[in-house]
Design a protein around this ligand. Sequence first.
Ligand code: ADP
Ligand code: MG
Length: 238
Amino acid sequence: MIAIEGIHKAFGANHVLRGVTFTVEAGEVVCLIGPSGSGKSTVLRCINGLERADSGSIRVAGQELGDATLPAIRRSVAMVFQRFNLFPHRTVLENVVEGPVHVLKEPRAEAEARGRDLLARVGMGDRADEFPMRLSGGQQQRVGIARALAMRPQAVLFDEPTSALDPERVGEVLQVMRSLAEEGMTMIVVTHEIAFAREVADRAIFMDGGTVVEQGAARAMLTDPQEPRTRLFLDRVL
Ligand code: ADP
Ligand code: MG
């Protein structure tokens, strides 16, 4: 579903990605872990075209990312951010139907019906007409996930979706992600929630200094990493 090969990215003199290569199969859940500044967010942003890699190739569902394919790929790969980025002056439901109505050109009634279904799926069915400000961080993030799903994505990229939440709100968001994984969604999840990664992810990728240091089956790698740098990182975050 996603194949990235040898991507490099520099911001000025800061060579952030130094030849990153990995693939994600359809229906696979891959956790991307690594220290702050290792380039995890930049990888996700390159995959959905928010940043342009300097070299290397990115393919999504068989299409190579480039000027011509960027709009379609950006639509088919949804992103869920650490900060939920909901529109504050629009209701929960309006936030969810914005993309389907304006980008996918779905009839509003149809988009709203599906939006309500998606909100129910993330446990927010009774809050459709609320404004985001009146919701907890965990509830806003669940709306953020519903909004991502409303675009009918082929894959969802999560960038530290629980890092901004109060600890008691983390579980409800992980639960939504777990059920999404069980339904077969293709997901890349940047997270420091190692227990979640071990349990839910098929594969784990450890990045440091802009390169993939180690990757493997999530449970094995996150329990018994082979690379000293991975081990050091896991010892620090666990
Ligand atoms: P991570 O998500 O692993 O913490 P990032 O991909 O956010 O790492 O950042 C990697 C490096 O790239 C950092 O040094 C960061 O300062 C730099 N960086 C990221 N985005 C930009 C940008 N838009 N402009 C300049 N530097 C950036
Ligand atoms: Mg990041």
